[in-house]
Ligand binder design. Structure first.
Ligand code: DGL
Length: 279
């Protein structure tokens, strides 16, 4: 094997999602792992994943993984609950490098946060239908936990559109979250990485007393621990060796650059368009 093809400590961390949602995870990775280069791929051209069948989600997720492997990443973060729920095993089998997913960390945080045992989980239809979150929280939470799940498919479109805090987003949130509010949950898992983009309207609709669980920070912590464990964590950098973040999308690069920059709150200098079907 060509030694250049073997990922090393200096290789980037690969992160993918169906679109912009995974940037919520990237942001935490940048914060907790400030010395790591990253390669981000957002499959906005084929989003949403959450309305697709299991086979399609697996096919898309494997293509996203292969694209990242071409960049010789040293680890992959599946910054997408839908892909984590449906494609974690096939990705882990094929990748040959550490792979992190978002559902376990979110479920652990929810089980630790609840006081009353009434937990809400919102996610895409495919995530809710998979039952993966439900089982993970039930396994981790103390006895007597009551879980209410709700699919919120329109949130993904709102997030991709950049409609993060307008009246339409507020009305959609109020409609989706009304049953969870009636159920008196004290903890709400944002089981889709797009949803933290709408955090403000979600908190408004569910009420200030409900604790929102966004697994991004937990996943970044898990990634750090895993890199440390396998001896691939990048140490502090010299000034002459700046960190690099590369952005790829399967849709308009300009649109990704603008919305991604607005979300990350720093400029995304350039994004590149990828023909993902090639992989
Ligand atoms: N952001 C993804 C998730 O966490 C997928 C949203 C979608 O494409 O439907 O589930």
């Amino acid at each position: 094997m060509n030694p250049d093809a073997i990922p090393s400590l200096r290789s980037p961390v690969g992160i993918f999602d169906s679109g912009l949602g995974g940037l919520t995870v990237l942001k935490e990775v940048m914060r907790l792992l400030p010395d790591e280069d990253t390669v981000y791929f957002g499959d906005s051209g084929r989003a949403p994943y959450g309305t697709k069948s299991h086979d399609t989600i697996v096919k898309f997720a494997l293509q996203d993984m292969r694209f990242l492997l071409e960049h010789r990443v040293k680890a992959i973060v599946i910054a997408c609950n839908t892909a984590s729920a449906h494609a974690f095993d096939p990705i882990r089998e094929e990748a040959g490098i550490p792979v992190l997913e978002v559902i376990g960390p979110g479920a652990r945080a929810a089980a630790a946060a609840t006081r009353t045992g009434r937990i809400g989980i919102i996610g895409t239809q495919a995530t809710v239908d998979s039952g993966v979150y439900l089982r993970a929280v039930e396994t981790l939470a103390p006895l007597g936990v009551v879980i209410h799940q709700q699919a919120c498919p329109l949130f993904v479109g709102l997030a991709e559109e950049g409609w993060w805090e307008n009246d339409i987003a507020r009305r959609v949130a109020a409609e989706y979250l009304a049953p969870l509010k009636r159920a008196g949950i004290d903890t709400l898992v944002l089981g889709c990485t797009h949803y933290p983009l709408l955090k403000r309207v979600i908190q408004e609709a569910i009420g200030p007393e409900v604790r929102l669980i966004d697994s991004a920070a937990e996943v970044a912590r898990a990634a750090k621990a895993r890199l440390e464990q396998v001896g691939l964590l990048h140490g502090p950098r010299a000034d002459a060796d700046p960190v690099r973040h590369a952005y790829y999308t399967s849709d308009s690069a300009e649109r990704f650059r603008q919305l991604g920059g607005a979300f990350l709150r720093h400029e995304v200098p350039e994004a590149h368009k990828v023909e993902i079907e090639r992989f």
